[in-house]
Every structure is written in C-alpha cells, then in structure tokens.
Design a protein around this ligand. Structure first.
Ligand code: TRP
Length: 371
C-alpha cells in the first residue's frame, strides 16, 4: 500500500464546507443547472433520506420539491430509503417498516413517479453494502474522525460513544452513490463532506484497481447540486426536528397543522415585518407562507401589517393547508393501499439490485476476484 494514496484527504474534507469551497460549489451548481436544461440524459441523480421519522415540510421545501423538479426535467432519479443509516446513532430501528412505507407514500404524493424514478432501501440491496468492504480499505480512521459531518453528528448524540458505523457511514454513503454510478447528488451544505469523501473513494479505487485506460474509470466523480431553497425552520424558530416537536409533517391533517401553527413562537411586536436577523421566528413563518403561495415574504408582511402574531398565523395556516391539500389527499389514498406502496418499493429494490450487481461485477473484475 502506498502512503500517498491514503494521504491527507482529511484536509480536503474539512475544507469542503469552507466559504471559498462553498462559493465554488454554488457556481458549479448553477452551471450544472444549465447543463441539465440542455441535456438531462447526461446525469443520474442519487439521493435519499433516513427513515427516522415522517418527512416534513422542511424536507419538502429543502430537498423533495427539487427532486421532483429534476425528475420532471428528465434526469434519471434514484431515491434511497437509508434504513441502515438509522442505526448509526441510535439503538434499534424503531417502527422502520411503517416509516419506510410512509416515505414511499410521501414521495409518490409529492410527484415522484415510480415509472421514471427508482425508490429502494439499503437493506434490500446486498451488492451496495458489499462495496463497503473494498471502500473501507481506501480511507483512514484519521480522515473519518476529521469529517465535519461525523463530528457534528457525534456531538448531537450527546455522550454516546462513537459507533463503528457512525464513524464509517460516510463511506457507506459513498457506496450509496457509487453503487449506481450516480454523477449528481442534490444535497444541503451539511452533506458536502460526504460528497468529497465519495470523490476521494472513487478516485482512490481507480488509482489502485482501475482499468488500463484511465479515461474509463470504474467510478465517476459525483458532484453536489446545492439547492437554492431557503431553510425552513421549525415552529419555534430552531432547526425542524421531530424530537423537538416543532415539525409539520407532509401527511398531517389540516386541523393538526392549524393547532401546531397556533402554538408557533412569534414576538411581541404587533407590526409584522420580514427581518430574519432580528425576528427569526416571525420571518421563518413569513418565508413558509411565501413558499406555499409562491409569494414574497416582504409583501406578505406588508399585507398583514399590524395584524400581530394572530394575523400572521392565520395567513400561514391558510397557505400551508391550501398548498398541501392536494398532496395530502393523494397521500391518504396511497396510504389506504399498503400493498401498492410495498409493490413500488419491491420493484425499486429489484431495479437497484440489478444496477448494484452489475457494478459489483466490475469491481470484482477490477480487483481480480473473478472465480
Ligand atoms: N445522510 C443523508 C441524510 O441524513 C441521507 C443519505 C443517505 C443520502 N445516503 C445518501 C443522501 C446518499 C444523498 C446521497 O439526510
């Protein structure tokens, strides 16, 4: 093993969230958008979610809506229900089957079309998981320990010790992306270190085992597609998270939504203004109304004027409930037929298995493990 191969990607990983790097990624994302408009067939998208709870409207505006847009633009889209990733930082899988099928219902309800897009689960695709073995030999523990996302997630779990799976999950995520040779991953900036790790793993694999012709690497260099969507915070103005109870789920009914928005945190100034720096909670609610009505948060604030928190909440409730009404109606229909949801997932799993087997064959070939 040459030292050089495993040298110093820790710095690249740490740098992937620096301001300069972020600006480069943003500029590249804009260029990729133009390439997609010109020829969507050049790209294969892979992205996913952990089934740790129901998908919520933060997920919707932050990433799910963008997936539907890309699918509809003609880009092949592969969506992972990352069930093995659930146990990186918790004991047990929870009501995993119900959550996975609930996510299938969410995806279909918002417009993911199972005829064009593939929805699959980690645990159903052995070839993907097997890639973890050669990939783990291509990274060092120091590099993994310096991964900013692993660090952040370790901190978020309080005094839990780091599990081997939490430490290595960026490599597993590289396998998620590379098993299907995806070249585009729509993500938020917190996931950029994983993308960098994925590129490092792909590059090292090809340096070590690659084909005679380096112009035909086994694995592509996947790129991040940063979404322009603003982050929607929870109803208390902090990050939307199920454990904080500040979440509006995509599948919630209108009354529950209204009740939750009524309890949302605002402030004592009755004159409503859009001022994210000084009035984060009020501004977050205005942004949510704007996203749901395709409007402008400043104009919505002007309309509410001196209506206070009550007036603001009425506007937000109406906006969220009208926007999600058709999605929720479709979701309710889909949920009434769990057999159908299961058949969509099984079909996606079968497609993912075929893709993964083909990639694993190439990997075995490259490594000389052909028996
Ligand atoms: N880590 C991602 C999250 O927490 C989910 C995920 C798993 C993912 N594998 C992926 C995202 C591959 C993009 C590509 O949301």
């Amino acid at each position: 093993m040459t030292e050089a191969l495993l040298d110093d990607a820790g710095d690249e990983l740490a740098a992937s969230t620096s301001d300069a790097s972020l600006r480069r990624t943003e500029a590249r994302s804009a260029a990729i958008e133009r390439e997609i408009a010109a020829d969507p067939s050049k790209f294969r998208i892979m992205t996913g979610d952990r089934p740790t709870g129901a998908l919520h409207i933060g997920h919707y505006f932050g990433s799910l809506a963008n997936r539907v847009r890309l699918q509809d633009a003609g880009v092949e889209t592969i969506i992972l229900i990352a069930d093995y990733q659930v146990i990186t930082d918790r004991d047990g899988t929870g009501p995993i089957r119900e959550r996975a099928l609930g996510m299938v219902a969410d995806y279909l309800a918002i417009g993911i079309d199972p005829a064009r897009s593939t929805i699959y689960a980690h645990s159903a695709v052995p070839s993907l998981n097997q890639l973890l073995l050669p990939f783990l030999s291509l990274v060092t523990d120091a590099e993994l320990r310096r991964n900013p996302t692993v660090k952040a997630e370790l901190e978020a779990t309080g005094d839990r010790p780091m599990s081997g799976l939490l430490l290595t999950y960026p490599v597993h995520q590289a396998a998620d992306i590379l098993f299907c040779k995806a070249n585009l991953v729509p993500v938020g900036k917190d996931q950029l270190p994983h993308l960098e790790q994925t590129r490092v793993v792909a590059r090292r694999f090809d340096e070590r085992y690659g084909r005679a012709n380096p112009a035909e690497p086994v694995f592509p260099q996947a790129e991040a597609l940063l979404s322009k969507a603003p982050t929607v915070l929870g109803l208390d103005g902090t990050k939307m998270s199920k454990t904080k109870g500040n979440v509006i789920e995509i599948g919630m009914d209108a009354d529950t939504t209204a009740r939750l928005i009524k309890k949302a945190v605002t402030d004592s100034d009755r004159h409503i203004t859009y001022d994210p720096a000084n009035r984060p909670e009020v501004s977050n609610l205005l942004m949510l109304a704007a996203l749901c009505t395709d409007g402008d948060p400043v104009a919505i604030a002007d309309e509410i004027g001196d209506g206070g928190g009550g007036g603001l909440k009425r506007v937000v409730t109406e906006a969220v409930n009208s926007f999600f009404a058709p999605i929720r109606a479709r979701r309710a229909e889909l949920s009434a037929d769990p057999g159908y949801l299961l058949s969509v997932l099984r079909e996606g799993n079968a497609r993912a298995n075929a893709i993964g087997e083909a990639t694993l064959d190439e990997v075995r070939q490259a490594m000389g493990m052909v028996y």
